[in-house]
Design a protein around this ligand. Structure first.
Ligand code: ADP
Ligand code: MG
Length: 698
């Protein structure tokens, strides 16, 4: 980039030190390029001029053209205001200013024609506009018809009379000078293939588009560019990792065969088979595997995990699995142990509550290689935990980032090879987000549920229907089934949450005097929690009253109903996870979402989505649209979400194209050495530099 862009913003004509400092502090704009990259958040259509006679109460902002007939200052002190009577021949409106009264009065020129922009309000049989934008009509501009950019400015800036309009003015000065310095950063081939406009034209038109069509072209071009470079970086990284990180080569199939032929409890789904093959191929390749395994609740990830472990163990290595909570670790342990016992493979669990004495024994068995599978929580990350030869590490997504660091520290085998890594997600992630968040991983998806599963029936009921709901629970319990009743986490107060749960518990006990209840919540010790879970699992209790601690992993196939209280308080992915606690056996299962009559619009969309679909990916897509990518799990850590213009919730299509393009380039020219790709290489290096500068400043 030329030096032009790094010039300090205060040197731009019309800015100066005072406004310069304001831009620095309020918007983080320090240089010419910062200002150019400060895109407007919307454009207002100033091509349309309304007539006053057409105004009605429902209108948002309108543009009027006319003369100021007379002005008047009304009131005293803080009620003092300037009223200008503005007419266009079809009617009259009052323009009102509460601030800057004297200054404004001086500005107004009685005989000139003005363009006025603002939201009309109807009061006392008259329309008025408070603090309108007002400027002398410029016939030239009007003729070309233009879309006015609107920039975010802070309150502090407004107090110093720096508005969106002023930013726009600065850019009107800067862009014509900048134009010739803006260099293309995409190859000619890419521009042609996707019919993208030149970068300099995109930059000009993102601020001052000639018309709607140019605005769209500029937006598309800049979104593509942004997403393309993210993908290029991710894929380059992935390629690099594959090149430098060798993995152990696991080719043994004897254990898998043995398990498959003699012990497989059910036929695998086609999706499970496909994913097992993908994982096997990775681990036999000699490169370190870095793979993401996505699968909806109940899609059968555990057995896939186990079969993957078998290729490592068959070749003499060890495997581990890391879970985010003790309950989940315990569930994984139980699930895997069932399979491991059949083959006589040693397996153990390590969590924060493992006793010191047991730990010592476990550490020793791990280090001499007698223990083949270790399941646990982050306790596995402690320095003392050393494997003889760790070949495969399976992790829950929440631990992804921890494991990547940790995997470099675990004692490696004699050839200094890192363990293969398989990341599993319990929450389906929309494709667009997965491509960005996990863009450096290979992705496998189990997109099929085991045959014979009956889809869970989900209904939404109001509190007034509680007695009928209880009646339904009684019927189910009479049939020998079990029930979960879940209470929301109350963030404001743990005491309140506890009270809520206890009140619920009491009223349920009253409604079901003959049934045994279990209760599980966050404040219980893990020993007590486990005790209650086991009672429920063994069928000693029929109803489990709980907070969201049961969200993940709990597997009681005989439980057929889950009632979620105050369901409007839960996020979509959480509701879906909770619902996944039922529907694990052969019987028809039900999910009952209980709410009050008062629900927000977004809350209603969430409930409707739950009632409509059981598909986790569909739910994740709605969730992404409702909450935006910034709030989705994992996005914060990734550091990739500070997108300037693209929106992962809306730009899935552009993202897919950008990724495809980046993939092709990395395949053909991984180091970007061809002449065609050289400008992209240059831009990437440059971009990295500016990014580090940024982090130094802010
Ligand atoms: P999740 O993907 O949610 O971790 P699990 O691995 O816990 O799912 O599997 C859910 C249930 O489905 C378990 O009881 C498991 O034994 C069973 N299961 C898994 N795969 C199959 C299959 N192919 N056919 C029948 N049942 C299966
Ligand atoms: Mg599971």
């Amino acid at each position: 980039m030329s030096e032009f862009f790094s010039k300090k913003i205060e040197f731009l004509k019309g800015v100066g030190p005072a406004k310069g400092e304001l831009l620095n502090k309020e918007l983080g704009i320090f240089t010419y390029s910062d200002l150019i990259l400060y895109y407007p958040f919307k454009h207002e259509d100033r091509t349309k001029v309304h007539r006053i006679a057409e105004l009605n109460e429902g209108m948002t902002a309108v543009q009027l053209s006319g003369r100021i007939i007379r002005t008047q200052v009304i009131g005293e002190g803080h009620k003092k205001r300037l009223v200008a009577y503005f007419g266009d021949g079809t009617g009259e409106v009052e323009l009102i200013w509460f601030k800057g009264v004297t200054w404004m009065q001086k500005q107004i020129n009685a005989n000139a024609t003005y363009l006025v922009f603002g939201k009309p309000q109807f009061f006392n049989h008259k329309f008025s506009i408070a603090h309108p934008e007002i400027e002398l009509l410029n016939p030239a501009e009007q003729q070309s018809g233009f879309l006015q950019p609107v920039y975010t400015v802070t309150e502090k800036m407004k107090r110093k009379y720096v508005y969106s309009k002023n930013i726009s003015k600065m850019l009107r000065t800067l862009l014509p000078m900048a134009y010739q310095h803006i260099e293309e950063n995409l190859s000619e081939a890419i521009l042609q293939r996707y019919r993208l406009i030149a970068r300099r034209d995109a930059v000009v038109n993102i601020h001052f588009p000639k018309d709607q069509q140019w605005l769209k072209r500029a937006t598309t071009r800049l979104k593509f560019e942004e997403l393309f470079y993210i993908q290029l970086k991710l894929l380059k990284e992935q390629k690099h990792k594959k090149k430098i990180y060798q993995g152990q080569t696991f080719k043994d199939t004897s254990l898998i065969k043995d398990f498959y032929e003699k012990h497989l409890p059910f036929e695998l789904t086609d999706a499970q088979k496909r994913v097992c093959r993908e994982i096997y191929r990775d681990m036999a390749s000699g490169k370190q595997m870095n793979r993401l395994l996505q699968g909806d609740v109940g899609s059968g990830k555990t057995i896939v995990a186990f079969i993957s472990m078998l290729s490592a163990i068959g070749s003499g290595a060890q495997a581990c699995m890391v879970a985010p909570t003790e309950i989940l670790a315990e569930q994984h342990y139980q699930g895997l142990k069932k399979f491991a016992d059949k083959l006589g493979i040693t397996i153990d669990i390590l969590t924060g509550s493992t006793r010191t004495r047991d730990r010592r024994v476990l550490h020793a068995r791990l280090e001499n290689g007698n223990l083949k599978i270790l399941v646990g929580t982050h306790a596995l990350f402690e320095d003392k935990v050393q494997f003889d030869n760790l070949g495969l590490c399976i992790v829950d997504e929440q631990h992804r980032f921890g494991v990547e660091q940790r995997s470099k520290l675990w004692k490696r085998n004699s050839e200094n090879l890192y363990p293969h890594i398989l990341v599993m997600t319990a929450t389906p992630i929309p494709r667009t987000l997965a491509m960005t968040l996990y863009g450096d991983l290979d992705v496998s998806v189990i997109d099929e549920l085991p045959a014979g599963r009956k889809p869970i029936k989900t209904v939404h009921r109001y509190d007034a229907q509680r007695l009928r709901m209880f009646g339904f629970l009684r019927e189910q319990i009479a049939l020998g089934r079990q029930v979960y009743i879940v209470y929301p986490l109350i963030e404001e107060s743990e005491t309140l949450e506890y009270k809520n749960l206890m009140d619920g518990h009491e009223s349920i006990q009253r409604a079901f005097p003959d049934q045994h209840l279990s209760i599980v919540h966050g404040q219980m010790s893990s020993v007590d929690k486990d005790f209650e879970m086991q009672r429920f699992k063994k069928g000693e209790t029929q109803i489990m009253v709980a907070t969201t601690v049961i969200e993940v992993g709990v597997d009681v196939p005989n439980a057929t109903v889950i009632v979620i209280e105050n369901a409007e308080r839960f996020g979509l992915s959480q509701l879906h996870q909770l619902r996944g606690r039922v529907g694990r056996g052969a019987e028809q299962s039900y999910c009952i979402l209980m709410t009050d009559y008062k629900i927000s619009k977004e809350g209603r969309t969430r409930l409707e989505t739950m009632v409509k679909t059981n598909n986790g990916f569909e739910i994740a897509d709605v969730d992404l649209k409702l909450r935006g990518p910034g709030n989705m799990m994992g996005t914060q850590q990734s550091g990739l979400m500070n997108l300037q213009i693209a929106d992962l919730a809306k730009d899935g299509k552009i993202l897919q194209e950008a990724r495809k393009m980046a993939q092709e380039i990395i395949e053909e020219d991984p180091e970007l050495e061809s002449l065609e790709n050289s400008k992209m290489k240059e831009f990437m290096n440059l971009d990295q530099k500016t990014q580090t500068q940024w982090s130094r400043i802010s």
